[in-house]
Ligand binder design. Sequence first.
Ligand code: G3I
Length: 334
Amino acid sequence: SGELPKLHEAFGNRFRIGAAVNPLTLKTQAGLLKRHYNSVTAENEMKFERLQPSEGAFTFERADAMIDFAAANGMGVRGHTLVWHNQTPDWVFVNADGSAASRETLLSRMKTHIETVVSRYKRIIYAWDVVNEAVSDKPEEFLRPSRWLDIIGEDFIEKAFEYAHAADSNALLFYNDYNESDPAKREKIYSLVRSLKEKGIPIHGVGLQAHWNLDNPSLDDIRAAIERYASLDVKLHITELDVSMFAFEDRRTDLTEPTEEMLEKQAERYRQLFRLLSEYAEHIPSVTFWGAADDYTWLDDFPVRGRKNWPFLFDIHQQPKTSFQNVIEDAQAG
Ligand code: G3I
């Protein structure tokens, strides 16, 4: 209805409100996106495999379509992502004969990719997730094993930031990760970013993916993570927020719609989460959801393929949920 407050306006003096989009949702959610969000991120279309599926053959059409949508509607764009262990084509890591690429070859491919992509969107993409998910979830391991790490060594991370900064010295450069509020992983992310800063590497922020659920992580753990990262004097962006209705271990598939209890719990959870984020708004200039409404979410295929989930503020008909009302009510009160 015309009366409905706009999400990005309600939070206008705190943070941008973003949504991840894809070629489908740019069509099916266009109206909702224009109305409530003032930042977009490509859910998949700016990943290495989409932009450079084979060497030197860049494919920018779908990424550009999102850029055009953002420009036409006065929205900011966050770039996701330049260096990741996932969704990166095999050719990047191997020679023509199938043997492993050398450090020099891989660095040169990384540089070409980053230079080409970042300079294409210079002054358009204001923040980049330069390195994604490089820290391990395993207690005994610091960095996640990957071909980037194997072939280049630990400095693949700093090289990525240096190449990105060389291509666009105005873009804000982020390290982005999930399980970011887990105390053990938090300390690893903190050490990584601190050591990059100590070395003078151009890094400006930590992206907290925020793939959360009704109970976890606790508000205390989220608060502790925000404070720890903010103490590094970097910006924090919430980059992939969603609130799953299911605990990670919960694999049941019998629900065709969310229960009243789930919806109420989620609404209270969203209220608490946005209160917390608002408290730290001076450190958190951007909050992006990993989607926009419950009609489309990656969680419909994860961790159980084909199981519906309802993680957003808008329902499957793109109508506001109680979660939306709670969040707006608080924003307007505060
Ligand atoms: O494009 C193919 C299509 O041709 C094929 O028919 C179909 C069959 O399954 O797959 C399609 O690709 C899928 C792609 O999404 C596009 O929908 C992949 O299988 C699927 O694995 C891929 O999932 C994406 C995932 O990253 C890959 O790791 C999700 O959409 C995307 O939401 C998700 O996003 C990540 C962030 O980048 C990083 N943080 C975690 C977040 C959630 O996993």
